[in-house]
Design a protein around this ligand. Structure first.
Ligand code: NAD
Length: 370
């Protein structure tokens, strides 16, 4: 079977890491036909808009996309392509697994959690204005609806069941944001009552940051609103080994777009230096989504073994300050070639080296941890 996939290379390091991801995807033998379209800086230069209609059309047609990061100018200029894509395609669930891989690049090798972020409303709704003519005061509206809150918390509980991650933590600031925060909190509490098999608890965003920095292994699925989710998913990426290894997915009712947590890292653009793993693990998530489980397992395992061996890894997994055992750094393309070489060869007969999730050990840990 052929799967047609929209491919958006993106800006900065985007073309390098999406090339790397395609190389690895091709090594799985799954028949992926790439429909390549430009969004971001290239599209502005050639079409005068960062998000041409044919990009949206291609994703709607294929219902599947792999995306590189896209630069968003700060303060002025075009609105974020990333935010526009999520809102126009109603990609409401941003799912960002933070899994420490082979204990490398992290002080928290037990980190294995998933951040589920509402991606269409909140403080990213684009409702903002100056209050006065002199621009000395401004307002941004935090739009929270019951509909969007219900569907994101339902998504989180369903994910918890599907992936045997039977602990969901809602993160909010309902003590200060007494309407928007309370609305999200109520949606969570009412949904939790429908999933008695899943442990449900809540944290205020400030406390959550402190808890994660001390003991990330106590958390499994985190569900939250747009801005808190954006910030927490970078924090969790850092706990799990850095932005170079953090993949992500955006789901709507019948569309899925896979993109790394990281941005376009312009300072590394064109240097063949960036870590390709985050974009490669987006391919793993894409393959899982379309039911190509063995191919997905092969990609994850090949990444794990490449990082564990530490013979061909990029600077973020190689240099002093990033790792306890420095090695000479390899290029983005060399690391991708090594992962692709391993994909058909890895041995899947022993369990995947995942510390948690489907292992079942986590459930015991939760009971012990209270
Ligand atoms: P960034 O994630 O691009 O980079 C921050 C730093 O993280 C980099 O300087 C680099 O040190 C490191 N890093 C990121 N990706 C890496 C990789 N693959 N390998 C190794 N190191 C990596 O964040 P930023 O500098 O704040 O943003 C740059 C641009 O990207 C901005 O325009 C921003 O709006 C955009 N952005 C886009 C997306 C997206 O497309 N989904 C997400 C975040 C940021």
């Amino acid at each position: 079977m052929t799967y047609r996939v929209t491919l958006i290379p993106g800006d900065g390091i985007g073309p390098e890491v999406t090339d790397a991801a395609r190389h690895v995807a091709d090594a799985t033998g799954v028949d992926l036909a790439w429909d390549i379209v430009d969004a971001g800086e290239k599209a502005i230069a050639s079409r005068g808009t960062p998000l041409p209609d044919d990009v949206l059309g291609s994703i709607r047609r294929n219902r599947l996309a792999l995306k590189g990061p896209i630069t968003t100018p700060i303060g002025s200029g075009f609105r974020s392509v990333n935010v526009a894509l999520r809102q126009q395609l109603d990609l409401y669930a941003s799912v960002r697994p933070a899994r420490a891989i082979a204990g490398e690049g992290t002080r928290f090798p037990e980190t294995d959690l998933v951040v589920v972020r509402e991606a269409t409303e909140g403080l990213y709704s684009g409702v903002e204005h100056w209050v006065d003519r002199d621009h000395t005061a401004a307002e941004t509206v935090n739009v929270i609806t019951r509909k969007a809150s219900d569907r994101i918390v339902r998504f989180a509980f369903e994910l918890a069941r599907r992936e045997h991650r039977l602990h969901v933590t809602a993160v909010h600031k309902a003590n200060i944001m007494k309407t928007t925060g309370a609305l999200f909190q109520t949606a969570f509490q009412e949904m939790a009552a429908r999933y008695p098999d899943v442990r449900a608890d809540e944290r205020l965003i400030d406390n959550m940051c402190m808890q994660l920095a001390k003991k990330p292994e106590e958390y499994n699925v985190i569900v939250t609103t747009n801005l808190f989710g954006d910030i927490l998913s970078d924090l969790c990426a850092g706990l799990a080994g850095g932005l170079g290894v953090a993949p992500g997915a955006l789901y709507g009712d019948d569309l899925a777009v896979f993109e790394p947590v990281h941005g376009s890292a312009p300072k590394y653009a064109g240097q063949d230096k960036a870590d390709p793993v985050a974009e490669i693990l987006c391919v793993e998530l894409l393959l899982r989504h379309i039911g190509e489980t063995e191919a997905a397992d092969r990609v994850f395992r090949a990444v794990w073994e490449t990082i564990a061996e530490k013979k061909v890894v990029t600077y973020d997994l190689a240099l002093p300050g990033y790792t306890s055992h420095p090695v000479p750094p390899s290029s983005c393309s060399a690391m991708a070639a090594e992962i692709a070489r391993k994909v058909p060869r890895v041995d899947l007969s022993t369990p995947l080296p995942r510390p948690r999730g489907t292992a079942g050990a986590h459930d015991e840990h939760l009971e012990a941890g209270g």
